[in-house]
Write a protein that binds this ligand. Sequence first.
Ligand code: UT7
Length: 317
Amino acid sequence: MKIIGTGAAHPKCAVTNEMLEKFLETNDEWITERTGIKERRVISSEKLGDMAVIAANKALEDANLTAADIDYIICSNVVNEYVTPALSCIIQGKIGATCPTVDINAACAGFIFALDMAEDKLKCKKAKNILIICAEEPSRMVSWKNRSTCVLFGDGAGAAVVTEGDELKSMRLTTSSLTEVLYYQRQLEPTPYIDKEENFEPLVMKGREVFKHAVTNSCRDIRKVLGEAGLKAEDVKYFVLHQANKRIIDSIRNFLGVDEERVPHNVERYGNISSAALPALLDELNREGKLEKGDKLVFSAFGAGFTTGACVIEWAK
Ligand code: UT7
């Protein structure tokens, strides 16, 4: 596979750390020091599906394709206002595509899981052009009274168009069922027959444990995919890492011994936008003209589950 187009969309409402100080016992200094985040974009009047459509259309335009050229759509999403239909069905209609679609939930690692699925579809010739959209609104999973979680997240969408090619050099996915460190339970309708206790609460996160798993697993994954691709860290132009916390990004960078310039970040502007973080950051690099044909890129992400994914891709545009 190869990536031939990227796109992104962010909500208009920018929430700064100072704005959070008005209703939470927090401050800009704490948030900046512990996370690197200065502001995040949060959905207000927008619908997540509409943002996903903007990101998708930008990616199609960048790829010089139309929706009619797309044979399959994969949408990575943890939560949105619909349980059913899948978000990908909504996006398909709005962009005017007619191909089959599927939603996946691999939490923040969703973009890499989607790339892996796309590679398989392309390899067995079941599709030629695939649209991947990651659209997330974690702001609707957290309690806005909980300073430990709500300051960390933002909403947004990122997209990529992939087609046949030989530019995916290595891929590693992992799942280790570790569900108690990060979860969000959905409230279902009551029935006359439910006789079990059900507690619903906003997103629960053991931040320190997630931090440790994130750094350990990402470093391990990155070393493995580099090894499989026959590359050293110095051969890589950019390490495109999940944007959850600048301290996590810096720890991974230090363990790998990589200079700061080769580990781009935008977490300071958008917070953690879950699986949309990787394609949105890739889109920034692409549109800023920072990527050249032949550049080796490493993607790495981690998320609830615990899921992790990493891959090496050669830039083909
Ligand atoms: O996509 C995966 C999603 N999740 C993550 O990536 C999260 C990974 N973890 C982290 O990023 C960090 O663990 C956090 C940023 C969540 C927390 O940083 P920390 O350095 O691990 O702090 P902590 O949780 O140990 O909390 C230290 C103190 C606590 O106070 P006490 O108990 O020491 O008095 C917290 O109550 O900081 C307090 N605190 C805050 N203070 C001001 C927690 N949140 C805030 C806040 N403002 N927003």
